[in-house]
Design a protein around this ligand. Sequence first.
Ligand code: FAD
Ligand code: NAI
Length: 475
Amino acid sequence: MDQFDVVVIGGGPGGYVAAIRAAQLGFKVACIDEWKNAKGGPAPGGTCTNVGCIPSKALLQSSEHYEHALHHFGDHGITASGVKMDVAKMLVRKDAVVKQNNDGILYLFKKNKVTFFHGRGSFAGAAKEGVYEINVSEPANAQIAAKHVIIATGSNARALPGAAFDEKLILSNDGALRMGDVPKKLGVIGAGVIGLEMGSVWRRLGADVTVLEGLPTFLGAVDEQIAKEAAKLFKKQGLNISLGVKVGAIKPGKNDVTVEYTTADGKAETATFDKLIVSIGRVPNTVGLNAEAAGVKLDERGFIVVDEDCKTSQANVWAVGDVVRGPMLAHKAEEEGVAVAERIAGQHPHIDFNCVPWVIYTSPEIAWVGKTEQQLKAEGVAYKAGSFPFMANGRARALGNTDGMVKILADAKTDKVLGMHAVGPVVSELIAEGVMAMEFGASSEDIARICHAHPTLSEATKEAALAVDKRTLNF
Ligand code: FAD
Ligand code: NAI
């Protein structure tokens, strides 16, 4: 039986990054991942690479180009006639982007001398003299052993009761990313991150999109001012979002699917869609892992129980990413993977969850880090707020994309940055400055005094920091 120092089960962003970092630290490492590509071959990278972050961003980009060609080229004096979208080609491109990432991870495993096993990993039982035996199913068919095991088995889409995903009419993120045609009428249940991103893709391509959200507030975790602005802009784009809806029976027909629901004001409604995306959150994935046999505890919702260092209930078994508590984000999974590898090596890394950024890749994008205004109010923290609209930013005007704003929240006494919130063009890139400021314990004055290149969107961040002290220069 091959013996390793560290075996990682799951090759998504949590797992493959943990494996690489452990190998960099001098350990003999194996990573097991079961994801198969269309030909049955290995496709490491997990949800993120195969049916998540990467393919969704590829489709968001393609559909945005299409929308620009149709509706915004004219503003720049460009006439484009006969603009057409070839959905099949768009999907081929998306698949090629995914494959580049799968291949990139296989290359990185080779480069870092991580042994890769394609198959399902499961615990053979409890540790014997401090060593865990792991069975690997086909196609690898192997049994390996290790002192340390890192579980990084990710998550799956949550289905609505009585409405299993068939990926033809009722779609999870998987089906939502590979519709062969643009549906005329697309229903989306859940106005969360996937609902908004996927709803945007298919709306841009011509679908009439209706989003049914159970909660009465739109994007409740987002700063209220930013969420309000985003809701206004999405409405203007034609994304129909109904809040406070109670979804009832879902009845798939031959070629369409009917949803019964009650509106926020108690009216019973029925809507029929060509396709229905159900994006109501995700559940941890421990299928076939046999974690219980090794004595690894799961909580009542199926998450692997870990402490703040990602230690499970069993010595030398660790768990990271979507399968444990905390936000289900690729970069959070990666940070945990790196930290666990370093802890195994006796180091003492620390992750500040308050500094994990969030991004929603709609147009405009939404990004944030740290506390929202509503959280600070609820916690009774005295704060100052400064915001700056992209309308007053030279680069945004040149881009022709002036929707949205950047907002910075700082402690009223110390001026320490407590949060940054933005809606607008490419704010996914701007948010890194807020993360850096918070990690370094910077004040809003620190950001305001940093020289930002002109003309850049990042000047909106500097101006928002100036606005905290009520001294914007350009607004
Ligand atoms: P996963 O990526 O789910 O990887 C787990 C891997 O383990 C999978 O390959 C699985 O096949 C494998 N596995 C499971 N069990 C076993 C086993 N027993 N043996 C062997 N292999 C096993 N996050 C962002 O930060 N930014 C985004 O833009 C973003 N976009 C997203 C878009 C969509 C549509 C979705 C669905 C998610 C998105 N996410 C995004 C979330 C992100 O994909 C996840 O947070 C991230 O993939 C979690 O990483 P992970 O390593 O924990 O798990
Ligand atoms: P989500 O948690 O973002 O949103 C789910 C939404 O569905 C919520 O607004 C919730 O109130 C609503 N909902 C739940 N049950 C409902 C019901 N029965 N009827 C109507 N509405 C209901 O989950 P989502 O969009 O499925 O995404 C899962 C996770 O994947 C995200 O939380 C995020 O962690 C990750 N992700 C991250 C992305 C990014 O970083 N850009 C992109 C896509 C996903």
